[in-house]
Design a protein around this ligand. Structure first.
Ligand SMILES: *[C@@H]1O[C@H](CO)[C@@H](O)[C@H](O)[C@H]1NC(C)=O
Ligand SMILES: *[C@@H]1O[C@H](CO)[C@@H](O)[C@H](O)[C@H]1NC(C)=O
Ligand SMILES: *[C@@H]1O[C@H](CO)[C@@H](O)[C@H](O)[C@H]1NC(C)=O
Ligand SMILES: *[C@@H]1O[C@H](CO)[C@@H](O)[C@H](O)[C@H]1NC(C)=O
Ligand SMILES: *[C@@H]1O[C@H](CO)[C@@H](O)[C@H](O)[C@H]1NC(C)=O
Ligand SMILES: *[C@@H]1O[C@H](CO)[C@@H](O)[C@H](O)[C@H]1NC(C)=O
Ligand SMILES: *[C@@H]1O[C@H](CO)[C@@H](O)[C@H](O)[C@H]1NC(C)=O
Length: 786
């Protein structure tokens, strides 16, 4: 018996140390197929050929067999096969994943294992005495390793990669690196050893088999030929051998543009046309050079390098379309020049020095521009016209002339191409006229500078051939002054002189104005010839009036009217006489006015005569009003029947006149109908006595109505004997319908139900007034009976 513990590895197990091991693991299948022997008598076997851990079992992952997979066998050399030893397993997955036959020590895996989920399990085992429970051995640790198989394919991180590379890159320029990963065991076998290959995208691109770097494989790949490439890369494990798993990815590769295409005009010559009326800055046309590049590399600059239209036109680049826009730089004139030629150059805005050899990166084209004729309105020789005219110019004289020409017919002489008119809204007073053929302006009236210094009119010229072509020009007519106005007092002067004044006393300073406007300014001369007053010219267009003597007397002369002659120095000299009114007043010693003569005031005051006239007028108006009033009153007396419509009683009409029938045309007076009372009494008002409202009652045919009398007498007696009656005479009213009326009761209560039952014979007894009625009804009755 071997006392020390012995471990036997029956098939694949190698015993490393005979002193430590306790259990013997047995694995059924060993790929290495190493021959081994179980030594039943416990001899120590030393197998060092393999560097495997002694205490490691190996199990296949993804085992698909129907039975539980056998892992190995534990065996204690204390087990004599009599069933007294019991094997106990614990640790990772014990009982759940791995199960041990307590009697035999066989370990089975109960589940399919995935190495990629868990690569190895650490377990412990012990042998105990089945009956006593005493451990026969120490715990022994061992590992069950899951053997990898190639069950995972390589996977790329993205389904599609996107990459760009500049066009015309050198061969071998790296584009992008794509890598895949494989979940299988990298350390064991080739299950995770990947090899990259290109499935699609040759011959343009290549891939490095070991690291997945994609490089360009063709020189001079030009974007203008083909821009987008789709490359498919495959990663295969098992080092690319047959049977390996593979995964693919798509790489979208776009070539980036470089400026390798020069701009080129598709034509060498262009022809454009423009109306001569085109405004400065307006476009004439567009031309475009082609550039196969895109974006920034296709941006172009256009310039006009030469040509006779060099300074008439300019060119700019449309930033969006990269077209050349040729615009008008200076006003064009068909009559001046009809054809221009330009040389337009184009070049790329951004050049790439690497590709300059593919150039030249500039091109030029010839542009011919035809100027088109436009029917233009007439053009005046001047704008505006300023005409000066003397104030005293006679009506009908010519004051100036305007001339317009038709720019379309500039070769023709000025004659009769335009027709001239004055815009009448600018000459409402019709002061001027124009000769419609030769443009001579005439005055129609004499002009007065003092009325208006300027006459600003508008003259229109229209083409004879095309009246729609019309041009207007302002004509400023300045009326030049001549001395046609005399100077006069600047205002109305009225002053006074004191009775006790001394000679040489200043009583008034006067000044003058003149509406004329001489070039050098006014110079007025004043003169006064009077024994009582004198005048001193101040030489500044004013003059002082002084007393020549003292001792003025109101009674002698209360008012002096001084004629002052004022003349100007212009040619012809104009002079006028203005009158200064001087009143004589009583003054105190300081020269303050006490009173001026009342008679003088009355006489002189134009205001009091005006007041008198006003008073007189008032009186006349009053008189007229009185007379009118009286006349009106008389008129009203004559027409007393003018009846106010507000008189309510007008609505009550009463008459007791019976007409004489339709035949009686004479007796009927409509005035009577309207107001019978007035006709009789000639009253002013048509008041109606209330009792007249009740028309005459026909006298009852029964003269002696004893029935009513008895009724009244008995009522009178009742009242007389009534103790509660008032002590004065009072009126008591009773209603009584007597009986025994010849007409019987008129109530319908007792009438016969039908008309036919009624007897109308009594109508004939009622008298001649009811004869007509009786005739109607009785005749009707008898008629029905027959
Ligand atoms: C072990 O090998 C036998 C035959 O050699 C085979 O039938 C059995 O399936 C194998 N077991 C395992 C787990 O590979
Ligand atoms: C354990 O092994 C013994 C002997 O090989 C066998 O008789 C017994 O049926 C097994 N027990 C189980 C539960 O498989
Ligand atoms: C076995 O493993 C356990 C824990 O898993 C540890 O405590 C013990 O020391 C180990 N025994 C040996 C002999 O290595
Ligand atoms: C790659 O290219 C294909 C074909 O041009 C296209 O359908 C796909 O959308 C592209 N993928 C990406 C991510 O750009
Ligand atoms: C303009 O025409 C009128 C009438 O036809 C003529 O009397 C006048 O002399 C002409 N004036 C000029 C400047 O020709
Ligand atoms: C006419 O034109 C002149 C010069 O432009 C200007 O001084 C004047 O005020 C104008 N008069 C009227 C009435 O428009
Ligand atoms: C001057 O005054 C005298 C006396 O007051 C008067 O008679 C005479 O008419 C006056 N002369 C003039 C021209 O007013």
């Amino acid at each position: 018996m071997i006392t020390n513990h012995l471990l036997l590895f029956v098939v694949i197990i190698i015993i490393l140390d005979s002193a430590v091991p306790l259990l013997t693991g047995v694995s059924q299948n060993d790929s290495a197929g190493i021959a081994s022997s179980s030594n039943s008598d416990g001899k120590i076997l030393r197998r060092t050929k393999r560097g495997w851990m002694w205490n490691t079992f190996v199990i296949m992952e993804e085992y698909t067999g129907s039975l539980d997979q056998y892992v190995g066998k534990l065996h204690s050399d204390k087990d004599r096969g009599d069933g007294s030893v019991k094997y106990v397993l614990s640790g990772e997955g014990a009982g759940m994943v791995f199960e041990i036959n307590a009697t035999s020590g066989d370990i089975h895996a109960k589940k399919r294992l995935d190495r990629e989920a868990k690569a190895f399990y650490t377990l412990r085992a012990q042998a105990v005495n089945r009956f006593t429970g005493q451990p026969l051995e120490d715990w022994s640790n061992f590992t069950i390793k899951v053997h990898d198989i190639n069950d995972n394919e390589p996977k790329f991180s993205k389904e599609t990669f996107v990459a760009t590379v500049p066009e015309m890159s050198d061969v071998g320029t790296m584009v992008i690196q794509v890598t895949a990963s494989d979940a299988d065991d990298e350390d064991y076998g080739n299950s995770a050893k990947l090899v990259y290959s290109i499935l699609q995208g040759q011959p343009y691109f290549s891939v490095d088999p070991s690291n997945g770097i994609i490089r360009t494989a063709l020189p001079n790949m030009i974007r203008e030929n083909r821009e987008k490439y789709q490359v498919v890369i495959q990663a295969k494990d098992m080092a690319g051998q047959m049977g390996g798993l593979s995964g693919t990815t798509v790489v979208n590769i776009t070539l980036q543009d470089v400026n390798n295409s020069p701009p080129r005009f598709p034509h060498t010559a262009y022809h454009l046309s423009v109306p001569e009326s085109a405004q400065v800055g307006s476009p004439v046309g567009r031309i475009k050079a082609n550039d196969a590049d895109v974006g920034r590399n296709a941006e172009m600059r256009y310039t006009i390098t030469s040509g006779d239209g060099h300074d008439m036109f300019s060119v700019v680049t449309d930033g969006e379309t990269q077209e050349a826009i040729i615009t008008v730089k200076k006003p064009l004139d068909f009559e001046g020049k009809r054809l221009y030629q330009l040389k337009v150059d184009v070049t790329n805005a951004y050049l790439d020095p690497r590709f300059l050899h593919m150039g030249p990166f500039t091109d030029s084209a010839t542009v011919r521009i035809t100027v088109q004729d436009v029917d233009e309105p007439p053009v005046f020789t001047r704008n505006p016209y300023i005409i000066e005219v003397q104030e005293d110019t006679l009506a009908g004289s010519s004051i100036g002339m305007v001339t317009a020409r038709d720019p379309d017919n500039s070769l023709l002489p000025f004659r009769s191409v335009c027709r001239y008119t004055i815009d009448r809204y600018t000459d409402l007073e019709r002061l001027f006229n124009i000769d419609s053929i030769n443009g001579t302006i005439y005055t129609l009236q004499s002009l007065d500078r003092e009325m208006s210094k300027w006459h600003n009119i508008s003259i229109a010229a229209s083409e004879i051939n095309n009246a729609g072509q019309i041009t207007r020009v302002p004509v400023f007519i300045k009326v030049l002054d001549i001395n046609d106005n005399a100077p006069e007092f600047a205002m109305f002067y009225e002053t006074f002189v004191c009775e006790n004044v001394k000679a040489g006393q200043l009583i008034q300073t006067i000044s003058a104005v003149d509406t004329d406007e001489p070039l050098v300014g006014h110079k007025f001369a004043f003169s006064l010839h009077n024994p009582n007053f004198t005048l001193i010219d101040n030489e500044d267009n004013t003059a002082r009036i002084l007393t020549r003597r003292g001792g003025f007397n109101r009674r002698e002369m209360s008012l002096y009217l001084l004629p002052v002659v004022i003349s100007d120095n212009d040619y012809p000299i104009q002079s006028s006489t203005s009158t200064l009114t001087v009143r004589v007043c009583a003054c105190d010693s300081d020269g303050n006015v006490r009173s001026c003569s009342t008679e003088a005031l009355l006489l002189s005051a134009g205001l009091s005569t005006g007041a008198l006239v006003a008073i007189l007028l008032c009186i006349i108006i009053l008189l007229m009003i009185v007379v009118l009033f009286a006349a009106l009153r008389r008129q009203r007396k004559k027409e007393p029947l003018i009846i106010s419509k507000e008189d309510v009683r007008d609505n009550v009409v009463s008459y007791n006149d019976e007409g004489g029938g339709e035949e009686d045309t004479q007796a009927f007076d409509i005035g009577t109908l309207r107001n019978p009372e007035v006709m009789d009494t000639n009253k002013l008002r048509r008041d109606i006595i209330p009792d007249m409202l009740f028309p005459f009652r026909r006298v009852s045919p029964i003269k002696d109505n004893t029935d009513v009398r008895d009724f009244i007498n008995s009522r009178l007696q009742e009242n007389d004997s009534d103790p509660t009656a008032p002590p004065y005479d009072s009126l008591a009213t009773y209603a009584y319908e007597g009986n025994g009326s010849l007409a019987e009761s008129l109530s319908s209560l007792e009438s016969a139900a039908t008309e036919g039952d009624q007897e109308f014979d009594y109508l004939s007894h009622w008298g001649p007034q009811f004869k007509k009625l009786a005739d109607m009804y009785i005749a009707k009755d008898t008629g029905r009976e027959t």
